[in-house]
Design a protein around this ligand. Structure first.
Ligand code: DHB
Ligand code: FE
Length: 280
């Protein structure tokens, strides 16, 4: 049987991708950030997931503002890095898992979550930067990836609660898939950041640390937080954090914290990172 073995959360700043791609990870600005992912790279090399269900948001790369699915699942054989205005990132093409993705779509849609099925799309920094942080610069990504794209760019995004429940539905879908697969669920984006307007540059370390605490130990209560509180406390783009509930909902109620890291700044963003395993 397929089983979810771990959840990973990480921010997704585009400048991190540029630092990796341009050989700048050893520059003083970036050293503390990349040091924070050294344990994670060793951990994942041992954990060896077969498939990562990677929850992320598209930033008007694959979807324009003409069509914006709230939740979409990538069912393609492969996903090319998107051109976000300066050419596609020089990273490997992302290999999907069409059969498993179709199973998840079937199961989750029958559990009343209306996922949009996407058979062709490019993936932007929201998906490729977390892969770079966790795997570095391999010639090919070492696992298959099933992208789950969430709208957090155009209001209204889904609620934290809805995301948490979707995570539980994904868990049930994985639990009834026959092939023996080691599956991780990743939640990406966040933490506090605002990249435009008079509050550009807003960071709230207290909010972020408390969010990490409560995501681990009281996710259900945290998921009830309204969007306005993210925006007020964590900046307009802080609302990307709702995606982390899909990862958390896919895990047991009780989890073990394998690793926790927090760093400010990376570009305009506070970078948070968790590795969680089921406590059961
Ligand atoms: C930045 C952060 C983001 O989440 C994003 O999508 C784009 C830019 C930043 O901090 O620069
Ligand atoms: Fe973003």
């Amino acid at each position: 049987m397929a089983r979810i073995t771990a959840g990973v959360a990480t921010s997704h700043v585009p400048a991190i991708g540029a630092a990796v791609d341009n050989g700048k990870t050893q520059e003083p600005y970036w050293v503390p950030l990349f040091k924070g992912f050294e344990f994670s790279k060793r951990w994942i090399a041992a954990a060896k997931p077969d498939v990562v269900v990677l929850v992320y948001n598209d930033h008007a790369s694959a979807f324009s503002l003409e069509i914006i699915p709230t939740f979409a699942i990538g069912c393609a054989e492969r996903f090319a890095p998107a051109d976000e205005g300066w050419g596609p990132r020089p990273v490997p093409v992302v290999e999907g898992h069409p059969e498993f993705a179709a199973h998840i779509a079937q199961s989750v849609i029958q559990q009343d979550f209306d996922l949009t099925i996407v058979n062709k799309m490019d993936v932007d920094h929201g998906l490729t930067v977390p892969l770079s942080l966790m795997f570095g610069q391999p010639a090919a990504w070492p696992c298959r990836v099933i992208p789950i794209a969430v709208n957090v760019v155009q209001f209204p995004p889904p609620s934290g609660n809805r995301c948490y429940e979707l995570g539980k539905a994904i868990r049930r879908a994985v639990d009834c898939y026959d092939p023996d697969l080691n599956v991780q669920v990743w939640g990406t984006g966040g933490m506090s950041h605002q990249i435009q307007g008079p509050r550009a540059g807003l960071i709230n370390k207290e909010f972020d640390q408390r969010f990490l605490d409560r995501l681990i130990s009281a996710p259900e209560a945290l998921a009830a937080m309204p969007h306005i509180e993210y925006i007020r406390e964590a900046g307009a783009e802080g609302v990307e954090l709702v995606m982390w509930f899909i990862m958390r909902g896919a895990l047991d109620a009780q989890v073990k914290t394998i690793y926790r890291f927090y760093h400010v700044p990376a570009s305009s963003t506070a970078v948070g990172h968790l590795i969680l395993e089921n406590a059961g």
